[in-house]
Design a protein around this ligand. Structure first.
Ligand code: NAD
Length: 350
C-alpha cells in the first residue's frame, strides 16, 4: 500500500510503499476513499505546539513516534475483515472513529475514550489515513455510511465531532451571543452545528474575508475581521454593550484568547479548542469578579459521532470540501493548509 509518512518533523513527508496489513480477529482493513487534512496534522508535522513563554511542546514528549502515517479523518469501504468481525462485510461504506483508547483507564471506562490516559489515536499514535489502506483495530470503531460522498463524510470524524461537542458544551440559551473564532475546517462546521442545535446569534471572527464570506453562507448572523477592526468593541456592540455569553475559540493563541476574555460578559463561557498555542495572562481578580467559566474541549465520544452522522445523513450539516489531493501531493497539501489557501477542508483521495 502507498502511504505518505512523517519520517522527521519539519522535513518533507515521504511517500512509501508499505506491506498491506492482513486483518485478524476483530480487525478490519479499510480501503481509504477520502482522508481529511486537519490543522492538527500540521502541528504533528511541525513537531508540536507553542506553549507558555514561547516554549515549544514537542509531540514526541507526548508519546508520538515517527515515522508515522498521519490522517485521523477517514472514510472508505471495508476491504477485508478478521474472523471475529460481525455486522461489517466487504464493500460496506464506513466512517472511522479514530479516537482509540487503552480501554482500561477511567476515561475509557466512562465512555470518554477520546480522553484516554494512554491514547492510541489513529493518525497520531498509530498509522492513519494518508494511505490507500488503513488497519482499524476493531470493528466497533466503524460507523456505516449510506452515501457515496466519502469526501464530505471523512471530516465528520474530527472537524465535525470536535465542533459538535464544543457547541454542545456551550449550552447556548436562545438569544445568546455565540462567538466562533476561526472559520477554518472546524469553525465552519461549528457555524452549521450552532445553527442547527442552538437558537443563538452566531458571530464569527477570522482574519480572512473569504472564510468569513463562507461563514455567512452557512448561517452566521454577523462576521468580524479581527485584522481590520477591534474585535472586542465589535463583539460588545453586537451583543448589547455588555459582552457576549459564549466564545468558542478554534484558534486559541495569545491574540484570540486575550480578545475572547475581554469580549465576555459576566458569567460568560470561554471554550478553548484550537491548538495554535501561546499563553494568556489573566487578570486574576476578574475571574471571580466576573464569574467567568473557562474550559477546554477535545474531540468527542463515539456516541456523539453517531448523533452527528445522523444530522449529516438528514442533510442538516455538511463539510465544506474545497480541494482534493493525491497521496503523492501530501507535502503540497500541508503547505497549502499552512499558507491558509484552503477554505473549509481539503481531502486526500488515494
Ligand atoms: P484551519 O487551518 O482549517 O483553520 C484555522 C482558521 O483560523 C483559519 O480560517 C484562519 O484564517 C483562522 N485564524 C488564524 N489565526 C487567526 C487569528 N489570529 N484570529 C482569527 N482567526 C484566525 O484549522 P482547523 O483544522 O479548523 O483547526 C483549528 C485548530 O483546532 C488547530 O489548531 C487544530 O489543531 C485544532 N484542533 C483541535 C481539536 C480539539 O479536539 N481540541 C481537534 C481538531 C483540531
Amino acid at each position: 500500500m502507498i502511504s505518505a509518512r512523517i519520517v522527521k518533523t519539519n522535513s518533507p513527508l515521504k511517500v512509501e510503499n508499505l506491506e498491506q496489513p492482513k486483518p485478524i480477529h476483530s480487525q478490519v482493513l479499510v480501503r481509504v476513499k477520502a482522508a481529511g487534512i486537519c490543522h492538527s496534522d500540521l502541528h504533528l508535522w511541525e513537531g508540536g505546539y507553542l506553549g507558555a513563554g514561547g516554549k515549544f511542546m514537542k509531540v514526541e514528549d507526548r508519546g508520538v513516534r515517527f515515522p508515522l502515517t498521519p490522517g485521523h479523518e477517514i472514510a472508505g469501504t471495508v476491504e477485508e475483515t478478521g474472523e471475529a468481525v460481525e455486522y461489517f462485510q466487504k464493500g460496506d461504506k464506513v466512517l472511522v472513529y479514530p479516537w482509540i483508547g487503552d480501554q482500561i483507564c477511567l476515561s475509557c471506562k466512562s465512555g470518554d475514550e477520546h480522553l484516554c490516559d494512554s491514547p492510541k489515536t489513529l493518525g497520531i499514535y498509530q498509522d492513519g489515513g494518508y494511505s490507500d489502506f488503513i488497519l482499524v483495530p476493531h470493528y466497533k470503531y466503524l460507523l456505516k455510511l449510506d452515501q457515496n460522498d466519502f469526501d464530505s463524510a471523512a471530516s465528520l470524524a474530527c472537524s465535525g465531532l470536535t465542533s459538535y461537542t464544543a457547541i454542545k458544551k456551550a449550552s447556548a440559551s436562545p438569544g445568546d451571543n455565540l462567538v466562533i473564532i476561526g472559520a477554518g475546517g472546524l469553525g465552519l462546521m461549528a457555524v452549521q452545528v450552532a445553527k442547527k442545535i442552538t437558537n443563538s446569534n452566531i458571530i464569527v471572527v477570522d482574519v480572512d474575508n473569504k472564510k468569513l464570506d463562507e461563514a455567512i453562507k452557512l448561517g452566521a448572523d454577523e462576521v468580524i475581521n479581527s485584522k481590520e477592526v477591534d474585535p472586542v468593541k465589535n463583539i460588545k456592540d453586537l451583543s448589547g454593550g455588555t459582552g457576549c455569553e459564549i466564545v468558542v475559540d478554534f484558534v486559541n493563541n495569545n491574540i484570540t484568547s486575550k480578545f475572547a476574555i475581554d469580549s465576555l460578559r459576566k458569567r460568560g463561557k470561554y471554550i478553548m479548542v484550537g491548538l495554535f498555542g501561546g499563553s494568556l495572562e489573566l487578570n486574576l481578580p476578574l475571574v471571580p469578579l466576573r464569574a467567568f467559566n473557562i474550559t477546554g474541549a477535545y474531540t468527542g465520544r463515539f456516541t456523539d459521532l453517531i448523533e452527528l452522522v445522523e444530522l449529516y445523513k438528514k442533510g442538516k450539516i455538511n463539510s465544506v470540501v474545497s480541494k482534493k489531493y493525491k497521496i503523492d501531493d501530501a507535502n503540497q497539501a500541508l503547505e497549502d493548509l499552512k499558507n491558509r489557501k484552503i477554505i473549509g477542508r481539503a481531502v486526500f483521495n488515494p
